[in-house]
Design a protein around this ligand. Structure first.
Ligand code: ADP
Ligand code: MG
Length: 724
């Protein structure tokens, strides 16, 4: 049986030696060696071309198309030297995956010869045959095909592979009439959108430099590793990314002995290899450790500008998967591969920054900077409260639903953790001038009088979906499998809207009189706390009391499932906000809503089919064989006159019957799925199919606990999680 041979292979495995060390190769020789980065460009491009390109990359200036041929040629020469034979426009369709189509550099020439060719127009624009990517009716409505457009701001890179080396060019994927068909395009738009409003605030606080405000992201990536042999013995993992069956192991994660413990050798060897690959690609991965669940790990890079960080996170996910294969393992990025055990998320560390200021969420060294910091925080408070449904919607997926709202991840209720010190300051400002100095010596908010703010968040509340962590905010609801683009598009856009709102308010109050800045800051913060302060919550986000208080007293939405949440990305209020900042058109939002609902529905339909099939083809046969053995033993014993109890036989029989009945019921439920509208279908699947699937699982898992081990063909939780 594949399960037994999997165990044998796992037992005989020996880990290879580490792939590199800095004693052999200098860090500078490894890091970014496969990236067409600034150094390479400076080296290989004529000065004026380099300057023009640099301006586009650094300052967001328009790309001068006349330099494209020169850049393309330099890029080609560089790639050929690195061993590349093909190039690809890498793009990020709405599936959340990374897509590529390869083209050879080789072009036939006269007399049966061939040359390596790569012109500017091939660099700037490509046309993937992408008709099978989801478009939510967009291209059907507007134009038949889309094209990929070179994203100058994200450097090209080489993927080395013994089976063929490839030049990868990051691109945006757009319809011929300009609609975004991907994850990158709106992110580029949203990065641009937040710049203006943020600069308005900085101007009010006296910075007239006009320096660009950029958003940054540091995504902490969680993942599971299991031996590949187990993976292939689990059709549910292969097809759905998660186990649809599996009894709880006797030893779960209760003991917490895995978290931050020594990394198993085999995993360490995998991590070294993965990091090596990522270094070469210029991805600044920094930390690694065991996570809470057995078999679960985390890798985190140093934060970078949003667009680069997003591409790099996609590269991290791809690399983890491919390197795991080399090590005989499978990397599971699903948010909840194992029921009853911690799921995987992606903490998205978010900040805005600007040359001369650093992070705008960093409390400053002086009161003036502190007031500016409080204003940016106030913008977060207002944004997160006003658009909390949107924030829930952009992390919604069938897989992430198993995490959000469960008992370990941030809850589906979106709130902000500020920490006690910062909360106290906001509360004091809300209450108005505080006549009695508090323990922190706080008197009155304002540019002149504010006390120094804490530079560290102090206690770390792990239960909050949106937490202030010293110089940034951490959005913890993002799924491990998801692109971080969507959440950043949302955060940047809602921040743009709030910063504009605040700038309007400040300007109206001051009416040109700069000496009124103090009072204006106080008033705006007070107003925002009055209207939105209920979103601030420093307590335990998992507790029952909070769920009650959040919904009943504070009126915060609790969109428990994706079926509830996804439609919010096209609510009238959200459409108004996104269109105001040219991040999305109404049509783009409608199409995305439809695509995400369809993805949700498809995921559940696939899982339901798998549950039915595995129940019939994997669980049932093993249990029936055991039943037969028991029955035969009973009959034999009876025949020779030895008393033998039939308890176990009856137990197995009863559970088998119950599982069969549940399977029939699930089939009925799926046949009753006749909704035509994706939103309606999502509601149906969520409320009917998921519980019906769980019912089948319930009896299958009970059987796993009683059926003879050698007759059970699916690898168990403890085998998958504990064998390294
Ligand atoms: P923890 O697990 O304690 O939250 P990690 O070191 O695992 O911390 O991850 C923190 C992430 O936050 C890193 O990717 C780090 O680079 C990033 N980060 C730090 N400062 C900022 C900032 N100002 N803006 C965005 N991300 C940041
Ligand atoms: Mg962390």
């Amino acid at each position: 049986m594949s399960r037994q041979s999997a165990i044998a292979t796992v037992t005989n495995y020996t880990a290879p030696k580490a792939s590199f060390s800095f004693a052999d190769t200098k860090p500078t020789d490894i890091f970014g060696c496969n990236v067409f980065n600034d150094n390479v460009m400076k080296d290989r491009l004529p000065k004026d071309v380099y300057k023009s390109l640099h301006k586009t990359i650094e300052e967001g200036a328009k790309l001068d198309p006349s330099i494209a041929d020169t850049v393309a040629n330099a890029m080609k020469e560089w790639a050929l030297e690195k061993g590349a034979t093909h190039y690809t426009h890498v793009f990020y369709p709405l599936t959340g995956l990374t897509a590529e189509k390869h083209d050879g550099f080789l072009s036939p020439a006269a007399n049966g010869n061939a040359i390596a060719e790569f012109e500017g127009k091939l660099l700037i624009q490509g046309e993937p045959d992408a008709s099978s990517f989801p478009n939510g009716g967009l291209r059907a409505t507007f134009e038949a095909r889309g094209y990929t457009a070179w994203d100058v701001t994200s450097p090209a890179y080489i993927i080395e592979n013994p089976n063929g080396t490839l030049l990868c060019i990051p691109t945006a994927f757009i319809s011929w009439t300009g609609e975004a068909l991907d994850k990158k395009t709106p992110l580029l738009r949203a990065n641009q959108a937040v710049n203006g409003p943020a600069q308005r605030i900085l101007r009010i606080f006296g910075d007239k430099s006009g320096n660009r405000v950029v958003s940054n992201a540091g995504p902490e990536q969680e993942y599971f590793l299991i031996d590949r042999n187990f993976f292939f013995a689990r059709p549910d993992l292969q097809m759905a990314g998660r186990t649809l069956f599996g009894a709880k192991p006797a030893k779960g994660q209760e003991l917490d002995d895995h978290y931050f413990g020594a990394v198993p050798r085999r995993v360490l060897s995998f991590m070294m290899d993965a990091e090596h690959e990522l270094y070469k690609l210029g991805v600044p991965v920094k930390t690694r450790h065991n996570e809470v669940a057995p078999g679960q790990f985390e890798i985190a890079p140093v934060y970078e500008q949003a667009n680069i960080a997003t591409d790099h996170n996609q590269m991290i996910m791809t690399t983890l998967k491919s390197v795991a294969k080399r090590h005989g393992m499978t990397c599971l990025l699903h948010e909840k591969p194992f029921a009853g055990i911690n799921g995987s998320g992606k903490h998205l560390n978010y900040s805005l920054s600007c040359a001369g200021h650093g992070s705008l969420f960093d409390p400053g060294e002086n009161p003036h900077k502190n007031a500016q910091f409080l204003i940016f925080c106030a913008a977060v408070i207002r944004s997160v409260h006003k658009y909390s449904k949107l924030l829930r919607a952009v992390v919604a997926s069938a897989s992430n639903d198993h995490r959000l709202g469960a008992n370990e991840a941030p809850p589906a209720i979106i709130s902000i953790f500020l920490g006690d010190h910062l909360s106290e300051i906001f509360n004091k400002i809300q209450e108005g001038d505080s006549p009695t100095p508090t323990s922190t010596g706080f008197l009155k908010a304002g540019v002149d009088t504010l006390p120094p703010l804490p530079r560290d968040a102090g206690d770390r509340n792990r239960t909050s979906p949106f937490a202030f962590t010293g110089n940034r905010f951490e959005f913890r609801a993002v799924g491990s499998n998801a692109s971080i683009a969507g959440p950043q598009v949302a955060i940047n856009s809602i921040m743009a809207e709030s910063l504009d709102f605040i700038a309007d308010e400040l300007e109206a109050f001051m009416d040109g009189d700069e000496s009124k800045l103090n009072d204006a800051v106080n008033k705006v913060i007070k107003d925002i706390m009055d209207a939105h302060g209920q979103v601030v919550f420093n307590g335990d986000g998992y507790s029952k009391e909070w769920h009650k208080e959040a919904v009943e007293e504070r009126g915060l939405p609790n969109l428990r499932t994706s079926a509830d949440a996804i439609p919010e990305i096209a609510s009238p209020e959200v459409v108004e906000m996104f269109t105001k900042y040219n991040v999305f058109t109404k049509e783009e939002l409608e199409s995305r809503k439809e695509i995400y609902l369809e993805q949700y529905n498809q995921a559940i339909v696939t899982e339901a089919a798998l549950v039915e099939k595995l129940a019939k083809t994997h669980i049932f046969p093993g249990a029936v064989r055991y039943q037969k053995e028991l029955a035969e033993t009973c009959a034999n014993m009876k025949a020779i006159g030895i008393p033998f109890t039939t308890d176990v036989l009856e137990d197995v029989t009863e559970k088998l019957r119950a599982m069969q009945a549940a399977t029939v019921e699930l089939k009925k439920v799926m046949e009753g799925n006749t909704a035509e509208d994706p939103a309606e279908e999502a509601k149906y699947l969520c409320s009917k199919a998921l519980p019906a699937m769980l019912e089948v699982r319930k009896y299958a898992d009970l059987l796993e606990d009683v059926v003879a081990d050698d007759l059970w063909c699916l690898p168990s939780y403890s085998e998958m999680l504990f064998i390294k």
